[in-house]
Design a protein around this ligand. Structure first.
Ligand code: G6P
Ligand code: MG
Length: 218
């Protein structure tokens, strides 16, 4: 039976994807590299370094230049994060976190972002989750299972007792590689590999989610 739920952050509990996009767009503009919102879709849930690599394509840069560009984008992103408040929680997020706690189900954040803690604090949900796994917790980014395994370990539960909620293809892949239950938020073209696919967390009750996961198991 399920004992814990691990939530991705960006695109699941809040929509920082727009701020990541604005940071990368500014960097790309400064470097004279073509980039836009459509190209940005490929960066969803992708680590900082892998995101930059996708933007740079086959252009050649030194490691020092790569480091500088990652740091520069992060400065732009951190500046934009100052705009985040509780109002930036996506619909259904707080209700589900509160309901899970009420039901005795453990909760964790499993985000690849090194800024996850700051975002969680600004959203005001630090005391609503039992653990935070972030971009500092493990070396291998999603789609490797490492981050979610780390989170389950923090919660003291087994992978088979864990549910992952994700909006990115790489995140669903990571959850399945960890042998956990996967709930995908968004279009099936993106998260169709998950056991259960939902448009968003809006109006989602824990009992409904459990029933859907049970159906997927049988
Ligand atoms: C999450 C986001 C990605 C972001 C990554 C690293 O996975 O969905 O868009 O690139 O975290 O975030 P960071 O804040 O460490 O650059
Ligand atoms: Mg995400």
């Amino acid at each position: 039976d399920i004992r814990g739920v691990i939530f991705d952050l960006d695109g699941v509990l809040t929509d920082t994807a727009e701020y990541h996009y604005l940071g990368w767009q500014k960097l790309a503009d400064e470097e004279g590299i073509p980039f836009n919102r459509v190209a940005n879709e490929a960066l969803r849930g992708v680590s900082r370094r892998a995101s930059l690599m996708l933007i740079l394509g086959n252009r050649k840069y030194s490691e020092a230049q790569i480091q500088e560009m990652m740091a520069r984008k992060n400065r732009y992103y951190i500046e934009l994060l100052k705009n985040i408040t509780q109002n930036d929680l996506l619909p259904g997020a707080i209700a589900l976190l509160d309901e899970l706690r009420q039901a005795g189900i453990k909760t964790a954040i499993g985000s690849a972002s090194k800024n996850a803690r700051q975002v969680v604090d600004r959203l005001g949900i630090a005391d609503k989750v039992d653990a935070i796994s972030d971009g500092y917790s493990v070396d291998k980014p999603k789609p490797a299972p490492d981050l979610f395994l780390y989170a389950a370990n923090q919660l003291g539960i087994k992978p088979a007792q864990s549910v992952v909620v994700e909006d990115a293809a790489a995140g669903i892949e990571a959850a399945l590689a960890a042998k956990m239950w996967a709930v995908g938020l968004g279009p099936v073209e993106r998260v169709g590999a998950a056991h259960v696919v939902l448009p968003s967390l809006a109006g989602i009750k824990w009992a409904d989610l459990q029933a859907k996961l049970n159906d997927a198991a049988n």
